[in-house]
Write a protein that binds this ligand. Structure first.
Ligand SMILES: *Cc1c(COP(=O)(O)O)cnc(C)c1O
Length: 389
């Protein structure tokens, strides 16, 4: 099949990179090998010297055809030149951040970004002389005011974990680019389907492909999407040294997940919109943080940047009694108690959130709507929610 730019996203996710049908197999086989052989020694030496992606392959830490297939589809999804896959989302984040800093550099990051990233900034990077400033992020002027002469990176996450706050990507990346500062975003929530940050001007897009892209809670993976120049640099300067390669079998599962990504997203979206609207009307609930609600605080920005909301959101119960919060979570039968999200199964987790505009930490209950029957999920919540009264 010949693919071109006129074909839509789902056609690309189904067929891109699969022209060659090996022995007629409709699904590409897994290249479960660490190394590749050469007929000629000169060709082997030449390949090691160039250390590039794609043919000829020589070593799976650098490039493997099964991993490369998933990389092609994700680059197409995000609209970037290329993509690098890593063994987890955090590996993608740390490889990408390390490519943008050196001793003396300063990073600006959103204060509600994924916690392990913030710990990396506060506990690891200072050992190498890299400092950072955390910002609220909702007001672009506030982000840009934090820029110093030594700032090399602005790290965004929209919406941010737990609080679901958005940043104005176009305004921030435009100014950053004028000043020669790299912008990076964790776009795991949008997963290339709900929003494409690179098209809005952001330089590097990172993902936890463990979530929606994998979609079945059976793998961990990370993705870095960027220009060819940046990807080539991160391959040689990051993956090559840190060894944070994705395993071919996980890449095979990831490709399978990508084929149904947009179908699943639609389902997550419909269910989450229904459940969030129901929660908003409940007397036990103070506020629901869900992008898909008409009452969402940054509704205008949401409509400008996104084409829909995902299956993940949170709500703050009126009662901030820890015991009641735990009892509610324990009473749920279809929402599993656990971390992560993006798979087929619904999940719940209580989180103590403490953004700088809150006088004290508050309990926030994060719900993830899987692909189960929406009515079953609603009934499960209906039975448990009186425990929050
Ligand atoms: C899960 C997650 C990560 C980390 O990804 P792993 O695959 O678990 O390493 C990063 N950012 C967000 C928003 C996540 O939800």
């Amino acid at each position: 099949m010949h693919l071109n730019d006129e074909l839509g996203l789902n056609t690309h996710l189904a067929h891109l990179g699969e022209d060659e049908k090996i022995k007629g197999a409709v699904v590409p086989p897994i290249f479960q090998n660490s190394l590749f052989l050469f007929d000629q020694t000169e060709d082997l030496l030449d390949c090691i010297g160039r250390m590039n992606k794609g043919l000829p392959y020589h070593y799976s830490r650098i490039c493997n055809p099964t991993v490369e297939l998933a990389q092609k589809k994700i680059a197409q999804l995000e609209g970037t030149d290329d993509c690098l896959l890593t063994g987890s989302g955090m590996a993608a984040i740390t490889v990408a951040v390390m490519s943008c800093v050196k001793a003396g550099a300063h990073v600006i990051a959103v204060e509600t970004a994924y916690k392990p990233l913030r710990t990396f900034l506060s506990d690891v990077l200072p050992r190498f002389g890299v400092t950072h400033t955390l910002v609220d992020g909702r007001c672009p002027e506030e982000v840009l005011d934090a820029i110093r002469p030594e700032t090399t990176l602005i790290y965004l996450e929209t919406p941010s974990s737990a609080m679901f706050r958005l940043q104005d990507l176009e305004t921030i990346s435009k100014v950053a680019r004028e000043k020669g500062i790299t912008t990076m975003i964790d776009s795991t929530y949008a997963s290339g389907v709900l929003m494409n940050p690179h098209r809005l001007g952001v330089d590097i897009v990172v993902h936890s492909a463990t979530k929606y892209m994998g979609g079945h809670s059976d793998l961990t993976a990370g993705a870095i999407c960027a220009s060819q120049e940046r990807i080539d640099h991160m391959l040689l300067d990051g993956i090559q040294h840190f060894g944070s390669t994705l395993h071919p079998f996980s890449a095979f599962l990831l490709t399978r997940g990508l084929r149904t990504l947009t179908l699943r997203m639609k389902r997550h979206q419909e269910t989450a919109n229904t459940i969030a609207a129901w929660l908003e009307d409940r007397p036990e609930v103070e506020v629901v943080h869900h992008l898909g609600l008409p009452s969402f605080a940054q509704r205008d920005l949401f409509r400008r940047q996104f084409n829909g909301a995902g299956g993940l959101f949170s709500f703050e119960p009126k009662s901030q009694d820890r015991e009641k919060v735990v009892a509610f979570c324990d009473a749920l039968k279809l929402f599993g108690r656990g971390v992560s999200w993006g798979g087929f199964e619904s999940l719940v987790i209580p989180l103590a959130v403490a953004p700088s505009d809150y006088a004290e930490p508050r309990w926030c209950i994060r719900l993830y709507c899987g692909i189960e029957e929406p009515q079953d999920l609603l009934r499960d919540l209906e039975a448990a929610i009186p425990l929050l009264a």
